[in-house]
Design a protein around this ligand. Structure first.
Ligand SMILES: Cc1ncc(COP(=O)(O)O)c(C=O)c1O
Length: 351
């Protein structure tokens, strides 16, 4: 067994609603608001698409997910040879790390960001530099200072999970101008469909000038397909060719591909999700306590407190399972009734 695996632990999803009910003696319904899923689920057209393909389950999927690749290529006006699909971004992050990193290489990312960049780097015996966030935001200048000749990957998360903060187009462009062009800068935009800020980066446009800017997107969040496991990377053709060698032959399931296709084709539904989320998100920032929240462009709100466990339990008591961090609690924005209950708790809690 690789020695470095002993430094890591398996992903801990938190207690299940059933276990939480037993442990805390909760009687009513519990809502899972801990993983930034879209509680409204996918477009209704997804169900129809899945049903239409139920007689094909005995067959492997087409390798390389060609139908959804072609659709994304048209939707985003990107050469299909620059797109690669994974069983969620989790697998995409794994494939990139596996393809690129050798022992002693270095990755640079941030503290308090999506944990899989770190996790996969350690599995590959790479060193990880985690630059502290500045008030919940990626410190791009600080990251730049850490880049040296050992650096093989730079991971940025925009907007950042778990803080919800983002960096602008101008900031990303200026960063890319200063990073040596042979180092891949991977921008994880898992939550991009929830963004309403106008100065959010147009990373696809930046890719035309910066071949080393790689983009990650997923169907797990706003598209409501976390259970189907499908996400993708858009990168330089040469990099995609190499990642494709690492990719397990049938990594994305047949139904996942058709579900994603149907979801992508219903942009009206996606727009409604974005709008509803933005309205509900705004209500959190109208609270008198909102100076304790990081501004958010996502479907979650990070509440800073030095009593995260007490806040977590208070939210659990009104039926909402959230995610506790050492310096706060991340709340996924749910249905209006749940959001209202959580806001009541926040109003009464001394943060
Ligand atoms: C920033 C970020 N990247 C990637 C992922 C993984 O997404 P997927 O469900 O596509 O594997 C998540 C999931 O929470 C995330 O928050």
């Amino acid at each position: 067994m690789k020695k470095q695996i002993e430094q890591l632990s398996a992903y801990e999803p938190g207690l299940s609603p059933r276990a939480l009910k037993e442990n805390y003696g909760i009687k009513g319904e519990l809502h899972k608001l801990a993983s930034n899923e879209n509680l409204y689920g996918p477009s209704p057209k997804v169900k129809e698409a899945i049903q239409a393909h139920l007689d094909e389950l005995q067959y492997y999927p087409e390798t390389g997910s060609p139908s959804i690749k072609e659709a994304i290529s048209k939707h985003l006006n990107v050469d299909p040879a620059r797109i690669l699909f994974g069983a969620g971004l989790d697998e995409v992050i794994l494939m990139i790390s596996r393809a690129v990193l050798t022992p002693g290489d270095k990755i640079v990312t941030s503290e308090m960001t999506f944990g899989q960049y770190y996790h996969n780097a350690i599995v590959e015996s790479a060193n990880v530099v985690q630059v502290p966030l500045q008030n919940g935001e990626f410190d791009l200048d600080g990251i730049l200072e850490e880049i040296d000749h050992d650096t093989k990957l730079v991971w940025l998360c925009n907007p950042n999970n778990p803080t919800g903060r983002y960096f602008t187009h101008e900031a990303l462009q200026s960063f890319l101008e200063r990073v040596p062009s042979h180092i891949p800068v991977i921008v994880d935009e898992a939550y991009v469909e929830f963004v309403t800020a106008e100065d959010f980066p147009d990373t696809l446009a930046l890719q035309q000038k910066f071949e080393n800017a790689f983009l990650l997107r997923t169907f797990s969040k706003a598209y409501g397909l976390a259970g189907m496991r499908i996400g993708y990377v858009i990168a330089a053709k040469e990099a995609i060719e190499k990642y494709n060698i690492i990719r397990p032959p049938f990594n994305v399931g047949r139904l996942s591909e058709y579900a994603a296709l149907a979801a992508l084709n219903d942009q009206d539904y996606l727009a409604a999700i974005r709008e509803r989320n933005a309205e509900e998100r705004e209500k959190f920032f109208e609270l008198s306590q909102s100076n304790h929240f990081y501004p958010s462009q996502t479907n979650f709100v990070f509440v800073k407190t030095d009593k995260p466990h007490e806040l977590y339990e208070a939210l659990l008591n009104v039926g909402c399972i959230t995610r506790e961090f050492p310096n706060g609690v991340r709340i996924t924005i749910g249905f209006p009734e749940q959001n209202a209950k959580m806001r009541d708790v926040l109003e009464q809690f001394t943060l």
